[in-house]
Design a protein around this ligand. Sequence first.
Ligand SMILES: [Zn+2]
Length: 263
Amino acid sequence: MLRIVILLIFCLFVCSPISAQALADGSRSKPKPPSSLYDGYREDRVHAYIPVSDIPDRYPIHVSGFVMPLADVLVTSVYGMRCKKMHRGIDLALEVGDTIASAFEGYVRKTGYDYGGYGRFMVVRHLNGLETVYGHLQTCLLDEGTEVKSGQSIALGGNTGRSTGPHLHFEILFMGQAIDPRRIIDFAEKKVHQPTFYYTKNNRIVPNKRPDQKKEILCHRVQKGDTLLSIAKKYAVTVDELCRYNHLERNSKLRKGQIIRYS
Ligand SMILES: [Zn+2]
């Protein structure tokens, strides 16, 4: 009888995947991506790395657990070249103090303050292999190394660093390589385009479906001197369209910092 009990305890310990994983990771409290993608890379920078030769030729990324970082989604600037510099993320309007949620589960890889750029920021490393960056924060609610669930509150939005108004700068990285968030996320619908993507070394990302630009809501933050006409010209739309999108009259006065939808 004693032998059977000992055998059972032995089996429970050795055969349990959780035990094996915990032993492999050396810790239960800090979940890691499901492979050794980031082993050996520097942890002390936002963009940590990385010899491109180390990037897998093709890597599946499961994103079905995605939660939109903000409850209200107004895109004020998209990924791409901006004023001759690469804008590696997407900007979402917010009010200072708005709660920001983690897009996926994982753990807080880094927090810090970058005066000339991100301001207060947080980098979360996810179990699906991605990392997400949250910039211009007012407050980080979690310390480095803390586990996070998808949708868990991680920070409060702000206007820190190189920022012209309160917003969230949101980046998606894979092994240090920035991905256009719109390739993965439909910001109008607040959901992912599909549950799994493949990151490929050559194409950067990904499959299968391009973002539906028509459905997307894009916005402009009013600067000093802006008028409905100047905004309409800037984004190649009509003043009437701006009025319709924003419930304004043609002679409505704009105030600095106001968010104007233009698509
Ligand atoms: Zn930005």
